[in-house]
Design a protein around this ligand. Structure first.
Ligand code: T4K
Length: 363
């Protein structure tokens, strides 16, 4: 079997089965069941969060955030992201406006946001790319000055923090992902973290067709519910979260150590806080070199991934092209190396050796 870029972190099957027995006994499979509620409470305790609403995936979480804030108009977002950021904005009938990135942090460049603000701008939607904290202070200052909302696409950010405060606690709402490839997974899943109880209650109603407790329809809602089966997986996995996080950091640092003699390689710059080390992106000097590394790794049974390629502002079938030269340039030269729970030190060493070899030969 090849070693893919990612693999889910999975708790022992018996522990999931034990939780599933209760689901079978109760016969409650969905509609905010007891495991969903337990999962929300335990995630809040583990990550020190308030107002966490678990949902069926990370894309829906972004859509729910836009709906809850009743945004209509333009949303300034980053060009260096997964397509879901953009599709969620579009599905909520808003217009994505692309801001360029800092080519080293890979996050939205706050110095370029204000020039994009128009009378139609309603919000800023930065992404904490690969779990690397954005410049949250600069973004908050711009939002305050122009009376804009901030929704963080925090799909990658479970476990990242700034001075001990979870990255999920920044912005009016943060939307995260609990997809199979994420540090904490429920198979498919996601969540919204609101900065007020009012927004939190509203998100819960939106998740459930817009019903209030009396089952009146009081919001324009939809179905964002997570099932009990997914919550069981999440609860079992949550017990191993600290271990998974620590293992990721060790492997990340090992990669960095093994590759840092190579002066032609650039690594994501971390300016503030502590990321969750969920990805190991490497920026090469040229796309040709990246393609050579990718080919050699694949021939040796390792499958890296070009996250995020191409830059989303260039998907002209779904967006109007707006130039973002830094994003377009870095997107061509960045490759994420395999990194997941239990990848094995020997695999990290082998991958780093191949990267070093290919890069050295090409100099
Ligand atoms: N915002 C941002 C910034 C995002 O990156 C994402 C998702 C979202 C929003 C939306 O969140 P979700 O709606 O997805 O919750 C993956 C994930 O599907 C996606 O969640 C993620 N970002 C994106 C960056 O990566 P692919 O197409 O690369 O995934 P896939 O299926 O090829 O998985 C990568 C490797 O992982 C595979 O080669 C094998 C392994 N794998 C994957 C799955 C699904 C497994 O071993 N088991 C599995 O079940 O998109």
């Amino acid at each position: 079997m090849p070693i893919f870029v990612s693999q889910p972190s999975l708790a022992p099957l018996e522990e999931v089965t034990e939780l599933l027995k209760g689901v079978w006994q109760r016969g409650i499979l969905t509609h905010n069941g007891p495991l969903v509620q337990q999962f929300e409470n335990e995630v809040c305790k583990k990550l020190n969060l308030n107002n966490f609403v678990v949902v069926s995936n990370g894309t829906i979480a972004i859509q729910m955030a836009i709906k809850a804030l009743e945004l209509e108009g333009e949303i300034i977002t980053t060009a260096f992201t997964w397509i879901a950021t953009v599709s969620a904005i579009k599905w909520e009938h808003c217009t994505p406006v692309f801001c360029d990135v800092d080519p080293e942090t890979l996050n939205i460049d706050p110095t370029k946001i204000e020039a994009l603000i128009t009378p139609r701008t309603k919000a800023i939607m930065p992404v904490h790319v690969f779990g690397n904290p954005c410049d949250v202070d600069a973004i908050e200052a711009i939002a305050k000055k122009h009376n804009l909302k901030v929704i963080y696409d925090a799909a990658h950010a479970v476990g990242s923090h700034i001075n001990g405060k979870s990255l999920l606690e920044f912005g009016d709402i943060a939307a995260t992902s609990l997809h199979a490839t994420k540090l904490l997974n429920t198979g498919e899943g996601g969540g919204c973290i609101a900065n007020s109880t009012e927004l939190y209650e509203k998100l819960k109603r939106i998740r459930f067709f817009g019903h209030d407790d009396a089952k009146d329809i009081v919001e324009d809602g939809f179905n964002g519910k997570l099932t009990e089966v997914h919550a069981a997986l999440g609860l079992a996995n949550l017990k191993y979260f600290d271990e998974v996080l620590a293992d990721r950091k060790n492997k990340y640092l090992l990669y960095k150590n093994l590759l840092s003699n190579n002066e032609t390689l650039v690594f994501q710059r971390i300016d503030r806080g502590e990321p969750n080390y969920s990805y190991f992106p490497v920026i090469f000097k040229s796309e040709e070199l990246l393609l050579q590394v990718e080919k050699t790794l694949t021939e040796n049974g390792f499958v890296p991934r070009r996250y995020f390629y191409p830059s989303v502002n260039t998907f002209t079938k779904v967006v109007n092209y707006q130039p973002c030269p830094q994003s377009e340039n870095v997107a061509k030269r960045i490759l994420c190396l395999p990194l997941f729970w239990n990848i094995g030190e020997e695999n990290v060493r082998k991958i780093a050796e191949i990267v070093n070899e290919v890069v050295t030969i090409s100099v």
